[in-house]
Design a protein around this ligand. Structure first.
Ligand code: MSP
Length: 484
């Protein structure tokens, strides 16, 4: 089956955040799991380089948009590489091909006569790049995501009316219960759709925001950053020359809870206006919070930097942390201590199991997994272990990833317990028990290989190293000891 999976395209107005790393890794795990079952998967990520936020950041850095966007976008690409996430395409909205697709959409909407030009007065949050209603703000009148008061703005914009599509969207959600996952976020969308929808302003006067795609039929206006950004999901497939309909029919957007409205309200309506169906799934996840269960910030000192984290713990340990520890439907904590303790569990449980197994195979059977006829009891154990490899093929959504990570640790512990109970070192001392020793070594060798295969989408390098070490007969250090 052809499948398409996307991360949001990130604002490169600052450096990449641990949250960006998280979404990218989750997509890459899904991509690898689906590829393992022979799906043809296209995975895209990229950077969202327009809008007021980018304009202000480029000005503050004293650079032109182009220089600033080149420098910052490269940081995001570097992070994807360091995370061992392998996108088939890294889109930048500054690409000419993308601008062409945006023009095509706008011209089509204009020709159909569905756009309205009018004066608008409202409260704008630059952080969200969205107009806000009073009811979106907290008691102080601040944006809840950005903890800042939005600014009042009055200007003439083009608008896409959303209200004519509200009943259709409600019906679509009802008819497609799997479109938005998990359920708790679907409720949020239904609440947003409980009241009439305001028209979506899709342009900005160039005099105020120059960093954007120029309107094809009005040179005084640039395209609103969200309208332009959402279309990236279509542009990427076009640039890749992929069979659009087949991939779009099985397309998955993975997003954080902060951008539900653009993805679950603006985007399906934009697609409908263009004559396309919504992407088939939207997987939403909660946020990672820093020490103190609050948003990470430099002033609080609870920021977890993805580059530093990779340097300290390694890519696979971070990928495993994401897979195992994120709560998905809720926010989750990420701190240095939590990362360190997750690393210890991984090293002492899974890493140790591998090392113990390898050392015993080395000592008692020339580093080879013996081909021993198995007892009924061992056959059952092996069958149980083998089942976890099949579980990779069952991965459908983000929560399945967590189940797999949990099972890998559980089975590693059980196998460590199996070694303690079977005592291969004692069997080796008794000549009459050598057959039994070979059976135990067979269970351990095969078992760790099954676990490595199951762990491959989450920890691709670690899995590869384990499998290779049995070919080269050289043990590898998976999770080196760390100084605390
Ligand atoms: N540019 C828009 C998205 C356009 S998609 C058509 C944008 N960019 S962003 O840089 O702000 O990235 C938001 C996304 O980054 C979130 O939806 C989420 O995927 C990820 N995260 C950023 N911080 C996060 C956490 N603290 N925790 C988890 N993920 C979060 O919005």
């Amino acid at each position: 089956m052809k499948k398409y999976i996307t991360t949001p395209i990130y604002y490169p107005n600052g450096d990449p955040h641990i949250g960006h790393a998280y979404t990218t890794v989750m997509c890459d795990i899904l991509r690898r799991a689906w590829k393992a079952r022979n799906d043809e998967v296209i995975f895209t990520t990229g950077t969202d380089e327009h809008g007021q936020k980018m304009q202000e950041a480029a000005e503050a850095a004293g650079l032109s948009f182009e220089e600033f966007a080149d420098r910052q976008s490269a940081r995001f690409r570097e992070l994807a590489d360091l995370l061992n996430a392998s996108p088939d395409f890294f889109i930048r909205t500054s690409m000419e091909e993308h601008k062409k697709v945006v023009h095509e959409w706008l011209s089509s909407a204009h020709e159909k006569g569905i756009l309205v030009k009018k004066k608008y007065k409202g409260l704008y949050c630059v952080g969200c790049e969205q107009f806000k209603k009073e009811s979106d703000l907290d008691q102080r009148g601040f944006c809840t995501d950005h903890q800042k008061a939005p600014v009042e703005m009055e200007e003439e914009n083009y608008f896409l009316p959303l209200e004519p599509h509200r009943q259709w969207l409600l019906k679509y959600i009802e008819d497609n219960p799997e479109w938005i996952q998990p359920e708790s976020y679907k409720t949020e969308v239904l609440n947003m759709l409980a009241e009439p929808l305001e028209d979506l302003s899709i342009s900005r006067p160039k005099s105020r925001v120059s960093c954007g795609v120029e309107f094809p039929f009005d040179s005084e206006q640039v395209v609103y950053v969200w309208y332009d950004a959402l279309i990236n999901y279509v542009t990427s497939l076009k640039i890749l020359g992929a069979d659009f309909d087949s991939y779009w029919a099985n397309s998955v957007h993975v997003i954080g809870k902060d951008i539900i409205k653009p993805h679950c309200i603006f985007w399906p309506i934009m697609l409908r206006s263009f004559g396309l169906p919504p992407a088939s799934r939207t997987f939403i996840h909660g946020f990672f919070l820093g020490e103190g269960h609050v948003k990470m910030s430099k002033s609080i000192g609870n920021v977890i930097d993805p580059f530093e984290t990779i340097a300290e713990f390694g890519t696979d340990a971070l990928r495993f942390y994401f897979a195992h520890n994120a709560a998905i439907a809720k926010d989750s904590l990420i701190t240095k201590d939590l990362l360190a303790s997750s690393y210890s569990v991984l090293a002492n449980n899974f890493g140790n199991l591998y090392l113990r197994t390898f050392k015993m195979l080395e000592k008692y059977n020339n580093a080879e997994i013996p081909d021993a006829p198995q007892s009924e009891e061992n056959k059952k154990i092996l069958l149980g272990l083998h089942r976890i490899v099949g579980r990779v093929g069952d991965i459908r959504d983000l929560s399945d990833i967590q189940t797999l990570a949990t099972d890998i640790l559980r089975l590693s512990s059980e196998m460590n317990g199996y070694i303690d109970a079977a005592k291969p070192w004692a069997l080796a001392k008794d000549e009459t028990k050598l057959d039994e020793l070979m059976q135990v070594l067979n269970v351990l060798g095969q078992g760790i290989k099954y676990l490595a295969e199951a762990a491959r989408p989450i920890m691709p390098d670690t899995a590869e190293k384990i499998i290779k070490s049995f070919e080269t007969k050289e043990p590898v250090v998976l999770f080196p000891k760390r100084e605390y």
